[in-house]
Design a protein around this ligand. Structure first.
Ligand code: F6R
Length: 610
């Protein structure tokens, strides 16, 4: 949940670290800090708030150094303030640590270290690590060995880096459960939580795995396991570009990511549809597709927005594959000793591929020998690497904390998996071809919906002061209602609830009066007549109705206060279209309230703690 960056080489490390931290702010932004080594002297500069405030402080200090580490924090233990900001130092300020993760046994270790005479400055769990390292060094162990010994006493997760003013030729970095990469340059090397922080400097990346510890020098790196065994690491050239992670002329990442969905969705399906055979081709599933098609049960596990995509997947699989499908919150799944049989397939959906709960659920399912598939956006992420097989969504880097284009990409991939497996089972060639044809029309339909941006902005203006919102949908569009409500609450801080439209009568309708905006997702499908009745029920109670309907629907104009008309498609693909007006609505409400949509309060893009 925090971002870490480090540099060692011949350049001034400060701009490198600040640039990297800004790219990683999606991981946390409540405080930030850097630690550098200057000719045997060490210095930490940190503050509460964003990296831009740290930048100002550093400008005033005019620090330059060729080795340093930096951190942007999302608080878990200890409130967001300067003292709790990283780096944390040992007693005499010769060792600095940055840490992403949670140390579960920190209270025990803290007690033990206090007993040994160590004093603690912060309320964080992280600080125990640096004192523990010092305590091993004081007992005569070398720097690297002390890090190793300290980490073997720690329970929990970490992606961390340490520098030592007495050995300023290296950064020591280690990983267990929190992401960590090394960037390899020309006589300079980097460490970071993810590739986006380094892409301005190098595309040559080493993915550090759990249980590995790496000494990073300016001209080499030495990787070992935590048990001190030598390991060879491959340097991989990544394809991400700087343009992909810039705002491209838009005021925020979120609107950029919403507005590029015709392209990102196209990229998710590009080269994966075979019209002649009415099917999909997903190279990542080649070796497992028969086992998937023969599954007795499918479970889809995920968190947040990815969980909403999973719910849409359940509708797809049950309609077309006729395989019983269940959707599980990853956080619940792993802790209730789930019943998993070897002929089950478990699909893990994660934009980042680093969500701690999803990763833990994947590991649990692998232990129980189910076929484990990953649907991820971030190439080389932990879920992607640890799954038996999988499919990338290829939506491009998603930087805005609220997930938008990753969601539509996930829906595309789930629909492609459905098509591929349904054709292996009993879907006819003719029906397969119809689906392929519809798929091909989706990017243009998205483009048309994006042209409704101004209209949706006007609707947002009328509701920016609302205190509550209801989102209602049926069938495939029930998960879209959940997603619309989540988008609104996370960026505008307006309370919103998503419900299956018919369930509204069983409770939430009590909330409806003339101040309640109710968003209906009401495309012309088999549930249309029923949803019209639900709209009537809300109208009778004077709720304000915003309807997402199809272009050819004139009946709805009579009932709704506002209508957003979108193109038609088949039921399975409809959520890819219906969610876009809801993303835009949430976006404009939040902007009109003057809020930071890219970095909403209390949230982080990648939840790498449980
Ligand atoms: C909401 C949002 C989160 C994520 C969730 C899972 O906009 O972004 O709810 O969807 O934290 O993240 P991933 O997909 O990276 O596992």
């Amino acid at each position: 949940m925090c971002g870490i960056v480090g540099y060692i080489g011949s350049k001034n490390c400060i701009p490198v670290i600040l640039g990297g931290l800004k790219r990683l702010e999606y991981r946390g932004y409540d405080s930030a800090g850097v630690g550098v080594l200057l000719n045997g002297v060490s210095k930490i500069v940190k503050n509460k708030g964003k990296v831009s405030l740290l930048e100002k402080k550093l400008e005033a200090d005019k620090i330059e150094s060729t080795i340093g580490i930096g951190h942007t924090r999302w608080a878990t233990h200890g409130e967001p303030n300067e003292i709790n900001a990283h780096p944390h130092a040992n007693q005499d300020g010769t060792l600095f640590l940055i840490h992403n993760g949670i140390i579960e046994n920190y209270q025990t270790l803290k007690k033990q270290l206090r007993h040994e005479g160590y004093t603690f400055r912060s309320d964080t769990d992280s600080e125990v690590i640096i004192h523990l390292i010092e305590s091993f060094m004081k007992k005569g162990n070398a720097f690297q060995k002390s890090v190793r010994l300290a980490l073997s006493e720690v329970d929990g997760t970490y992606g961390l880096a340490i520098i030592n003013s007495k050995e300023p030729d290296r950064i020591i970095a280690a990983r267990k459960g929190s992401p960590l990469v090394i960037g390899v340059g020309e006589k300079e090397n980097y460490i970071a939580s993810d590739v986006s922080a380094l892409i301005a400097h190098t595309k040559n990346i080493v993915y550090v795995e759990d249980g590995e510890i790496v000494e990073v020098y300016a001209d080499k790196f030495v990787a070992k396991t935590i048990l001190d065994e030598d390991i060879e690491k491959d340097v991989i050239e990544v394809s991400m570009t700087l343009e992909e992670i810039d705002k491209g002329g838009h005021p925020t990442f979120m609107i950029k990511e919403i507005m590029e969905q015709h392209e990102s969705v196209f990229n998710s399906m590009r080269g994966r549809l075979i019209m002649d055979e009415g099917t999909a081709k997903l190279g990542g599933l080649d070796t497992v597709v028969d086992r998937l098609a023969a599954s007795k049960r499918i479970v889809i596990s995920a968190c947040g927005t990815s969980w909403h995509a999973a719910l849409v997947g359940e509708y797809m699989f049950e309609q077309f594959l006729r395989i019983p499908t269940e959707v599980e919150y990853a956080s619940e799944f792993r802790y209730r000793n789930p019943i998993i049989q070897p002929d089950d397939t478990i699909i893990f959906i994660s934009q980042s591929g680093e969500t701690a709960d999803t990763l833990a659920a994947l590991r649990e399912a692998k232990r129980k020998r189910a076929l484990c598939l990953g649907v991820c956006n971030v190439v080389g992420s932990s879920v992607a690497r640890e799954s038996d097989a999988g499919v990338y969504i290829h939506a491009g880097p998603e930087i805005g904390v609220a997930s938008t284009k990753a969601f539509t990409g996930q829906l595309v991939v789930l629909a492609l998996i459905t098509l591929l497996v349904a054709r292996k089972r009993d879907l006819s060639l003719a029906d397969g071809k119809k689906i392929v044809e519809e798929f091909n029309s989706i990017p243009d339909k998205i483009r048309k919906i994006l042209e409704l941006n101004d209209q949706i902005e006007r609707i947002a203006n009328d509701f920016k002061n609302a205190k509550n919102f209801l989102y209602l949908g049926r069938g495939y569009n029930f998960p879209v209602a959940l997603e619309g409500a989540l988008k609104l609450k996370e960026i505008s801080y307006i309370h919103a609830e998503g419900y299956p439209a018919a369930e509204m009568k069983h409770g939430p309708i009590a909330l409806v009066d003339e101040n309640m905006p109710v968003v209906f997702i009401a495309p012309k499908d088999s549930t249309y007549d029923k949803i019209i009745s639900n709209i009537e029920e809300i109208r009778a109670r004077k709720g304000k109705i915003i309807a997402i309907a199809n272009e050819n629907d004139s009946e709805i104009d009579r009932l709704a206060d506002y209508t957003v008309k979108i193109p038609e498609t088949i039921r399975m693909l409809m959520p890819i279209l219906t969610v876009i007006p809801l993303q835009l609505l949430a976006y404009h409400v939040a902007v009109k309230k003057g809020l930071n949509v890219d970095q909403p309060r209390n949230l982080a893009k990648s939840v790498t703690v449980e």
